[in-house]
Structures are given as structure tokens and as C-alpha cells.
Design a protein around this ligand. Structure first.
Ligand code: SF4
Length: 277
């Protein structure tokens, strides 16, 4: 088995297998986060493989902390656990943020960490006030999915929130526009994974965008769908990503890309192409 690395929700970096030997056939297994990371920047993908534990930025850690709070909010809605109070959910996000930053490589100053921790709590509070009341009939949270998409490739991924025939993905930080949601590769991936699991396509895919504005946080839920053409192009892009990883391809993020920044690149300080301010 060869080891690869994927970027989990909100930028939390996790080691994960790229290939698994399944019986007599070698199935190439790739997560949506690995696909997305490689598509954004191969330099980032390869550098992440050298990071011993985890690497993060404050923006990514805020996203991970909110996603953790959403997971616990969902658990209460599913009904397998008692619903947590507002204070408990905020505390879960804050504690998760602190633990993640503590055990991750990052380039933030003490002051930046403090400010980001306050932001994580404020963003979670915003989610609970503006998005959570609209999230009904939750059936799964942080559930793993798999889908074979041909070419000897299996997609794997986790979804934040699965409702009755709907999938929701939380995005924290920058404001998502409608067109961003309509083009999101992650949601196309979820469309395929959902169908493989439930043998029907989701009625609606949602981006729950929690974003910073001057003086606070706002949120909006953006509905979208996927066409057959988008699904076919996505499968082709995954096939190309797998082939590129196998060939050891190198490319850097395009100039001006928002994710190629100290704020959003967890290996900014290691980057051999850009980085280092
Ligand atoms: S700083 Fe930019 S080019 Fe360098 S690894 Fe990060 S995203 Fe890629």
C-alpha cells in the first residue's frame, strides 16, 4: 500500500490510503479532499505528504471547529444523542479549535491564534442562529461514503450533513456566491457518492456559507443541483488527477488564486514556489 495524504473538512489534514488492495484487483481509491487539493495545487499536495502530523492555518482551523460543532448539532437532531445546548455547542467548537491548533504545524502568532479562536466561536454562533434552524430531517452526519466511478477508481468521502434526500456542506470564511456553489467539485462528488449509497440522486445540494463581514459573521444557504454533464466532467477530472499523481506531476496554484495565500495554504512556509512573506 502506498501512502497519500488528503485534506479533510475545513482543512484538517489527515493521512489516508491512496490505494487499497481489494482482492485480486488493485482499486485506486481517492478522496474528494485529495482530488481537490491536487487540483488546487500539486505543490501543496506533495508538501503535505512531508508533514509529520497535521498542518493548518487559522482560517482552516476555524472551518474545522465549526464543522465539529455542526456535527454535534446534527447528532442531537438525528436523535441518537441528547441535543446539546447553545453553550455546549460553542464550547465543542472552541475546544476543538484549541486542540487542532495545539497539535498542528502553523505559522500564526499567539495573537492571531487568540483572534481566530474568538472567530471560531462567533462563526459557530452565527451558524446556529441562521442556518441550523433550516436543517431538518437529518439522517447522517460525518458519514463515510464510497462510489466506484469506472477506470478502476473508487471515490471516498465524508459528508457534513445528510438530510432526507438532501446534502449540505458547511463553508466558513469567505462568502460563497451562487456560481461558486453551482461549480463546486465537492458537491458534484457528493452527488455521486449519495447516489452510490442510496440508489437515488439528492434532490438538493446545499452550500451553507458562514462568512466574515466587517464587525461580525453572516450566513446564507445556497441550493444547487448537478447535471449529467457536470458529473461526467467530474469523473474525467478525477481520472486525470489519479493519472497525474501516479506520474508525479508538479504544478503550482495559478497566480492570484485565493487559496495560494498565508491565510489559506497550510504549507505556505514550506512552499518552494511561492509562500514566505
Ligand atoms: S503557497 Fe501556493 S503554490 Fe505554494 S503550496 Fe501553497 S497553494 Fe501551492
Amino acid at each position: 500500500m502506498r501512502a497519500g495524504i488528503g485534506v479533510a473538512k475545513g482543512g484538517e489534514e489527515v493521512k489516508e490510503p491512496r490505494y487499497d488492495e481489494l482482492g485480486a484487483t488493485t482499486l485506486k481509491r481517492i478522496s474528494n479532499s485529495t482530488h481537490r487539493t491536487f487540483a488546487m495545487c500539486a505543490e501543496r499536495y506533495w508538501l503535505l505528504q512531508d508533514v509529520e502530523e497535521r498542518a493548518t492555518t487559522m482560517a482552516l482551523a476555524i472551518g474545522s471547529a465549526v464543522a465539529k460543532g455542526v456535527e454535534f448539532d446534527n447528532r442531537g437532531k438525528i436523535g441518537r444523542e441528547n441535543a446539546r445546548s447553545l453553550g455546549q455547542l460553542l464550547e465543542i467548537s472552541e475546544s476543538y479549535f484549541a486542540a487542532l491548533v495545539e497539535e498542528s504545524e502553523h505559522a500564526a502568532s499567539v495573537w492571531e491564534v487568540e483572534r481566530a479562536r474568538d472567530d471560531a466561536v462567533a462563526a459557530m454562533r452565527c451558524y446556529l442562529a441562521e442556518i441550523s434552524p433550516k436543517v431538518l430531517h437529518v439522517v447522517a452526519t460525518e458519514k463515510s461514503f464510497r462510489a466506484r466511478i469506472g477506470h478502476g477508481i473508487e471515490l471516498v468521502g465524508r459528508m457534513d450533513t445528510v438530510c432526507d434526500a438532501e446534502v449540505r456542506d458547511i463553508k466558513t470564511g469567505r462568502r460563497w456566491r451562487d456560481e461558486d456553489a453551482h461549480r463546486s467539485l465537492q458537491l458534484t462528488d457528493y452527488d455521486l457518492l449519495f447516489e452510490a449509497e442510496y440508489e437515488t440522486r439528492p434532490r438538493v445540494l446545499w452550500i451553507d456559507s458562514v462568512y466574515r463581514v466587517s464587525g461580525g459573521w453572516r450566513a446564507r444557504a445556497i441550493p444547487t443541483h448537478r447535471s449529467q454533464g457536470q458529473r461526467a466532467r467530474f469523473v474525467e477530472s478525477v481520472r486525470r488527477t489519479v493519472a497525474s499523481i501516479e506520474s508525479g506531476a508538479q504544478h503550482a496554484a495559478p497566480e492570484g488564486a485565493w487559496w495560494c495565500s498565508r491565510e489559506y495554504c497550510p504549507v505556505w512556509q514550506r512552499c518552494r514556489v511561492r509562500g514566505w512573506d
